[in-house]
Design a protein around this ligand. Structure first.
Ligand SMILES: Cc1ncc(C[n+]2csc(CCOP(=O)(O)OP(=O)(O)O)c2C)c(N)n1
Length: 557
């Protein structure tokens, strides 16, 4: 039996050791994990065996990408998630969703099984491979244990690395004999970890206080670090427009239905971005996106960027003030600083006018063309955040949802900034398991195909997930970019029509409903004349019985 407790001032040493697999399970139990996700294999049977008799449920997947996405979704709700993957094959299969978790700073721990230590070679036996180096760029900690090392100690290290203060995935590679043999127990202290300091927000407050057209851009980190309410209060009190980080957001930093929320920086909030004189980016990436544009904030005299991770400061957009700090403490400090700088009524009036103007601006035609087909689905799902969680893998539809969701509580939105598709179904399952609440998954028909195997997990647990598929006959965004490319070629374009190679699924294989029904999930396919809202309400009403799906048809071009 191992002892981790402290005795007086001395840590008690236990005389005998413990099998690694037992230590893994004990650790999970001690840290309150009620679920662990995975796809099994021979070298990890010891852990699967030891899970018996605990209150930890093993949640299986039929592809490792789904196991990682489930652990990711789960961790967004509970603060930590664990996926157990089989050797190199399993980790490699889970890598794209590990990348998503890395982008979104999700506290996911991957336990990978590994060839036994005494047989460990550079990779000459089946399934053996260097999983540590495979994942290293996308983890806060990645380590392979050797025989004799304390599994418990490394589990604790992985937990500390993944949960913060700078959170993100961690991986432990666990050789079969490390799991099966006894090792001496290591006494451990349990630290109460904190990062205590008050950031100096004076210069940022000073600039914001004097601004006529201020803008605060929020990222998912603000939500994850619990600074959302502070920024929502600041916006309302000082009449400051709010925008979401450009492109995908892992969480909504502020509520979409907040009086000052404009939507995504790259779409509905663009007029505010173009005219802003003072900008605060808080808990955001520095505006990385797949197709970067220059000239962010062309009218700004002052730009500040706050991110908890110094490596994420000013990645692609420069600032006048850069602050590596937890965004929640920064938001709280900003509120205190602003309170010392009361805004004159004239200034508040000017800001109100500005807010009304930027809100009223029409979307640029190119944006409107992309977003208007989503209107029926977005209107139908406007209150989805008040009905449970909203998991977003709607790709081109995401920026429409960021404006169209009308809830004044934004904490139940979950997306991924990583854009590695095949995440949504697994993430929805993980969120549903962790929260015990209904989940609406908005997903493109292309993403549904990437994540089809996650439908199995949703069905296997009979989860209350309403799947709303936005079906434009394949990869709409890829087709959009091909058309944009042709436009750039102009008269020199050698072919009059786009090829749409690999992005047109209209005549390929089974229908979208066929895929979903193939996994035993009931599905309704709407016609363009059907009312999406009625279908959504009917699906929500049945959510407690288990999953169901709606396919919403959309124009192909
Ligand atoms: C794993 C992965 N492979 C390829 C891509 C490139 N990609 C970006 S969007 C997209 C199409 C997605 O289709 P769908 O989910 O139907 O959304 P839509 O583009 O129609 O909005 C593809 C293939 C990706 N993001 N991730």
């Amino acid at each position: 039996m191992i002892l981790h407790a402290m005795k007086g001032n001395d840590m008690e040493q236990s005389a005998t050791g413990e099998r690694g697999a037992r230590e893994v399970v004990q650790f999970l139990s001690d840290h309150g994990h009620r679920h662990v996700f995975g796809l099994p294999g021979s070298s990890m049977v010891s852990i699967l065996y030891e899970l018996q008799g605990t209150d930890i449920a093993y949640v299986p997947a039929i592809h490792e990408s789904v196991a990682v996405a489930m652990a990711d979704g789960y961790s967004r709700v509970t603060g930590a998630g664990v996926a157990m993957l089989y050797m190199f094959h399993g980790v490699a299969n889970g890598l794209a969703n590990l990348y998503n978790a890395w982008r979104d700073e999700s506290p996911v721990t991957i336990l990978s099984s590994q060839q036994a230590s005494h047989l460990r070679t550079p990779g000459w036996t089946i399934g053996e491979g260097d999983v540590v180096n495979l994942v290293r760029p996308y983890t806060r900690l990645a380590h392979e244990l050797s025989l004799g090392m304390s599994v418990r100690q490394w589990m604790e290290s992985a937990r500390r690395a993944s949960t913060g203060p700078q959170p993100g995935p961690a991986l432990l590679s666990l050789p079969e004999d490390v799991l099966e043999r006894e090792a001496p127990a290591m006494p451990l202290r349990q630290s109460d970890r904190s990062q205590a300091s008050t950031p100096d927000m004076a210069s940022i407050a000073e600039a914001l206080a004097g601004a006529e057209r201020p803008l605060i851009v929020v990222g998912g980190q603000l939500r994850r670090f619990s600074g959302s309410a502070d920024i929502e209060r600041i916006a309302a009190a000082y009449e400051i427009p709010l925008a979401y980080e450009t492109g995908f957001n892992d969480r909504l930093g502020v509520a979409p239905g907040h009086s000052h929320s404009l939507g995504n920086l790259g779409a509905h909030a663009m007029p505010a971005e173009q005219r802003a004189d003072v900008v605060l980016l808080i808990g955001t990436r520095a505006l990385n996106e797949a197709h970067p544009r220059g000239d962010w904030f062309p009218a700004a005299r002052f730009v500040a960027h706050i991110n908890n991770d110094p490596a994420k400061l000013e990645e692609t957009v420069t600032a006048h003030r850069s602050l590596a700090h937890d965004p929640a403490s920064a938001a709280a400090a900003l509120e205190r600083e602003l309170a010392q700088r009361p805004a004159p009524a004239r200034l508040l009036e000017a800001r109100r006018k500005h807010l009304a103007e930027v809100r009223a601006r029409d979307l640029p035609a190119s944006q409107a063309a992309i977003l208007s087909p989503y209107a029926p689905a977005v209107v139908a799902l406007r209150d989805a955040l008040d009905r449970g969680w909203f998991v977003d893998e709607s790709v081109m539809g995401a920026v429409a949802f960021m404006r169209g969701l009308r809830s004044t509580d934004g904490h139940r939105y979950v997306g991924t900034t990583g854009a590695a598709l095949g995440w949504g179904t697994g993430a929805a399952a993980g969120v549903a398991i962790a929260s015990g609440e209904p989940v609406t998954l908005a997903i493109g028909d292309g993403s549904l195909r990437f994540g089809a195997l996650g439908l199995w997990s949703i069905r296997e647990r009979n989860l209350p997930v309403t799947i709303v598929v936005l079906d434009n006959g394949g990869y709409g965004s890829t087709r959009f970019y091909e058309r944009s490319y042709m436009q750039r070629l102009g008269n020199s374009a050698p072919f009059p029509e786009p090829a749409y190679n690999g992005s047109d699924f209209r005549a390929v294989g089974t229908s979208t409903a066929g895929i979903i029904e193939g996994f035993g999930i009931p599905c309704t396919t709407l016609t363009p004349d059907d009312d999406v809202r009625s279908a959504v309400e009917a699906a929500w009403a049945k959510a407690s019985d288990g999953p169901n799906a709606i396919v919403v048809p959309m124009a192909f071009e």
